[in-house]
Design a protein around this ligand. Structure first.
Ligand SMILES: [Fe+2]
Length: 270
């Protein structure tokens, strides 16, 4: 475990029997996240498994028409996002692939995704004290596995936040390598009025953990490159949101919940 910058802590891990096992106990990981810090887990997931997710997601997307219209949260789809979120007014430009029905995919693509998403799901369960499986469950929170591509030339995601629960900890797994596959763009956070940029700190296979109610964003890929939806160059990440899409959306109001909650916790402690 090492603090590599203010509020950024790297934690080593290894994959044992398909599970990501960190060098420190899960409740210690959770404590560091809640403090709050940005915790970067060096998962040890094999690079071949991560590259296969990108490669086969691209093959699947080439055969699957782009989704249009409102999201239904009950299928496998991909969409070129270019809009401003209604409630939080966060602008965004990226290409996401959402696998809510991951278990309905055909082999070998399903196995390729599960090779990576199953260890991430297990990690989240162990960290948060849950025991959740994949699958769509109306009226309840469930997993929304997502592979996101941030193309070169100006993709980004503006400052936004989420309700703390039921996710508690957001996870962003790097599927390719900063400095090689892309040279700009990364996730930023606000912690105690301090801007924390993780660009350059996250290597392929590293999984960022963050308290889910921290304001965060994705800094843009360089405008010096030409933009193209088709060019696979750029940053690729896997995320595993857990929420009820028909539940209450995040409040449109900052300040962020954690700041109030930390203040309240301190007052109670005194
Ligand atoms: Fe987010």
């Amino acid at each position: 475990m090492q603090e590599v910058a203010k509020y950024i802590i790297k934690v080593n891990a290894e994959v044992k029997d398909g599970q990501i096992v960190p060098e420190i106990p899960f409740d210690e990981v959770m404590r560091l996240v809640n403090e709050p810090n940005i915790v970067i887990i060096k998962t040890g997931l094999p690079e071949a498994a991560l590259s296969a997710v990108i490669e086969q997601t691209r093959q699947w997307a080439a055969q699957t028409p782009l989704a249009e219209g409102p999201d239904t949260f009950d299928n496998n789809q991909h969409k070129q996002r270019l809009h401003i979120a209604k409630i939080q007014k966060a602008p965004q430009l990226f290409h996401d692939h959402t696998f809510d029905a991951i278990l309905d995919l055909e082999a070998p693509f399903k196995e390729t995704l599960l090779n990576v998403f199953d260890p991430v799901r297990g990690f989240w369960n162990d960290m948060t004290g849950n025991n959740e499986a994949f699958g769509i469950r109306r009226g309840q929170p469930y997993f929304h596995p997502q592979v996101t591509h941030y193309p070169l030339g100006g993709s980004f995601f503006g400052r936004h936040w989420h309700p703390l629960n039921p996710q508690k900890v957001g996870m962003i797994l790097a599927l390719n390598q900063y400095g090689k596959d892309y040279t700009s763009g990364g996730t930023g956070y606000v912690i105690n009025d301090h801007i924390v940029e993780t660009e350059g700190y996250q290597d392929m296979g590293d999984m960022i953990l963050f308290r889910y109610d921290l304001p965060h964003w994705v800094s843009p890929s360089s405008f010096a490159d030409r933009f193209s939806w088709e060019d696979p160059a750029g940053r690729w990440v896997a995320i595993l949101p857990f929420y009820d899409p028909w539940g209450t959306p995040a409040d449109n109001e900052e300040p962020q919940g954690w700041k109030k909650q930390i203040t309240q916790a301190k007052e109670v402690a005194v």
